[in-house]
Design a binder for this molecule. Sequence first.
Ligand code: RTP
Ligand code: MG
Length: 140
Amino acid sequence: MATERTLSIIKPDATKRNLTGKINAKFEEAGLRIVAQKRIHLSKEQVGVFYAVHKERPFYDELCEFMASAPVVVQVLEGEGAISKNREVMGATNPADAAEGTIRAEFAESVGENSVHGSDAPETAAEEISYFFAGLELVG
Ligand code: RTP
Ligand code: MG
């Protein structure tokens, strides 16, 4: 499988509880390398653009409020099959359905406040990485 990059976000529920290090340890244990990382506080408008694909969903407004409620850590993870590997390490969207040992099983508070985001395909990964990181911020 090819080396890939994916965009990860450690969400406000996790940054508020000081879980960045524990979540990063899960990524590193799974063989994902953190090649770029920064803490930012998004505006509701910036979150809205990022999650525009969910615009028509009933949870969209709540999701935008939540993601803008406190700082997040945005990061680029790299590794063999990084996109699917990251989603495996994250676990199911709803922590009640997440497999044991996954980030969401261990740390998520609810289906909305579920600690992490991960890109779902190569095209979205490329788009999401370029939304947050300039080329010069990425180590080759
Ligand atoms: P993500 O995009 O954040 O990595 O999560 P995902 O693929 O597992 O889930 P997705 O269906 O893309 O939904 C995006 C985020 O919206 C929130 N959500 N809330 N209240 C609800 O029923 C509900 N459903 C989804 C979650 O924060 C989810 O991660
Ligand atoms: Mg998604």
